[in-house]
Design a protein around this ligand. Structure first.
Ligand SMILES: Nc1ncnc2c1ncn2[C@@H]1O[C@H](COP(=O)(O)OP(=O)(O)OP(=O)(O)O)[C@@H](O)[C@H]1O
Ligand SMILES: O=C(O)[C@@H](O)C(=O)CO
Length: 425
């Protein structure tokens, strides 16, 4: 293994897996696998890039740090030459963490002297300019992310935000330097007096320049965009052969599970409802055990073949009311367990295509499917929409998964994902 990624959530893991598997057009990517949690055994010997997906974005700082260090240990044992700490392209974190403390711990463990910080992902509208993060044409703090229930992003200045989280110093590599090329970026990194350097990037070209400058860096941090040019560093110096995402996908019974309450997911749900059966999970019913996985399964079984979709997704007000009544953690645990139990039962019944919306929900479902199949490595297939590939697990009776980040995907994402799992456009 050459590149090892520690992803702070599962959808983020499949986002960066997609990027590493694709690489730069015409130059190819790496043979890539995504793992739900830290694997117990060794990785297959034909994997160049391995992504360990954690649920460390918004848990306690100490847990995020220890899980990330455990993932680092496993990746180094697999031979990785470069580690990428992948966080969200909207820099989801609080003034306490977890990005800063995890980056502190990883850089100390790797003895990394200068570490680039770049969440830019231009294909989904996230760009960094003058150290500030934009979503489309608005600052992060005006993009809706200021109201995020767990990690409200109220300051778009990444340097100021990160300084609250880290004991190390934070500097900046401005766009004027990035646009001059990789030599100048490298010189700026080497000459900087600060440890963490927020790097501006507005286009994929800027990300490629940064990646070229990061050849040989033991630790890189960012969104999936910063990974765009990393495979070709290894391909160009002869350490890896160029590859394309090859996971084959599957056909067979299907289900869509949506726990995400983001605006994008709710829009995709509204689109899907126009011509497909959907089932709204009664969350209070789940909390007092009057709704169980059997209700969800009955609906899915009755509507198989017609892209049945189960959702808990609610408006911000509905979510707030339910959280106030039952407690945020209790609701999240109960819904995660419900989706995981449903996914396990679907696998047992021979369901082969499962589309999931939401990072937390994807974590619960992917872990359950991998456990049920006893197959920890997810192979990377075609890209459905920016940042979301088809994933395939298992050998004899493979299962395809799509793990959609809350904010990703076009309005017709759900049907497109099911089609692409079968190898159609
Ligand atoms: N109706 C609801 N009421 C209260 N909480 C809900 C409801 N539906 C889902 N949730 C909770 O909202 C959270 C959704 O998180 P999830 O990470 O799956 O989606 P997301 O935040 O949109 O996605 P991402 O992390 O990829 O941006 C989960 O913790 C889930 O339990
Ligand atoms: O970077 C992103 O926006 C996504 O990969 C993500 O992290 C989803 O939670």
């Amino acid at each position: 293994m050459l590149i090892g990624v520690i992803a702070d959530d599962f959808t983020g893991g499949s986002d960066v897996a997609n990027t590493l598997a694709k690489g730069v057009d015409a130059e190819g990517g790496l043979r890539t696998a995504q793992y739900p949690g830290v694997p117990t055994g060794a990785a297959a010997s034909d994997i160049d890039a391995g992504i360990v997906s954690l649920k460390s974005r918004s848990n306690a700082v100490e847990d995020a740090v220890s899980e990330s260090l455990e993932a680092l240990g496993w990746l180094l044992d697999q031979g990785c030459k470069q580690i990428l700490f992948k966080y969200c392209s909207t820099f989801d974190s609080t003034p306490k963490g977890n990005i800063g403390p995890v980056a502190d711990a990883l850089s100390a463990a790797l003895d990394a002297q200068r570490v680039v910080v770049c969440p830019a992902f231009p294909a989904t509208g996230r760009t960094v300019y003058q150290g500030h993060l934009f979503v489309g044409d608005v600052l992060l703090s005006e993009s809706g992310m200021q109201n995020h229930p767990l990690t409200p992003m109220t300051d778009p200045d990444l340097r100021r935000w990160l300084r609250q989280q880290t004991k190390n110093s934070v500097g900046h590599v401005p766009l004027s330097t990035v646009s001059m090329g990789s030599e100048q970026v490298r010189a700026a990194i080497v000459g900087a007096s600060e440890k963490f350097l927020v790097a501006d990037a507005v286009t994929d070209q800027h990300l490629l320049i940064l990646a070229e400058a990061l050849q040989g860096a033991s630790l890189v941090t960012g969104g999936s965009g910063i990974a765009l040019g990393l495979p070709r560093n290894f391909i160009r110096n002869g350490m890896a052969e160029p590859n394309a995402p090859t996971a084959e996908g599957t056909s067979g019974p299907e289900a869509i599970l949506a726990g995400s309450c983001s605006g994008a997911t709710r829009g995709q749900l509204a689109e899907h409802q126009k011509s497909h059966p959907t089932f709204a999970i009664d969350v209070p019913g789940v909390m007092n055990d009057t709704i169980t996985k059997d209700d969800l399964l009955t609906f899915i079984v009755d509507n198989t073949g017609n892209a049945p979709l189960i959702y808990s997704s609610g408006t911000p007000k509905e979510v707030k009311d339910i959280q106030t009544k039952f407690g945020r953690e209790a609701v999240a645990t109960k819904l995660d367990d419900l989706f995981a139990d449903t996914a396990r039962a679907l696998v047992q019944r021979g369901y082969r295509r499962i589309v999931v919306a939401g990072g937390e929900t994807s974590g619960a479902v992917a872990q359950a499917v991998a456990d049920e199949l006893g197959a920890p490595a997810m192979r990377i297939g075609a890209e459905i929409d920016p940042g979301v590939p088809v994933l395939t697990l298992g050998d004899d009776q493979p299962i395809s998964l799509a793990l959609k980040s809350g904010n990703f995907g076009a309005p017709d994402f759900f049907t497109k994902a099911l089609r692409m799992m079968e190898g159609q456009k």
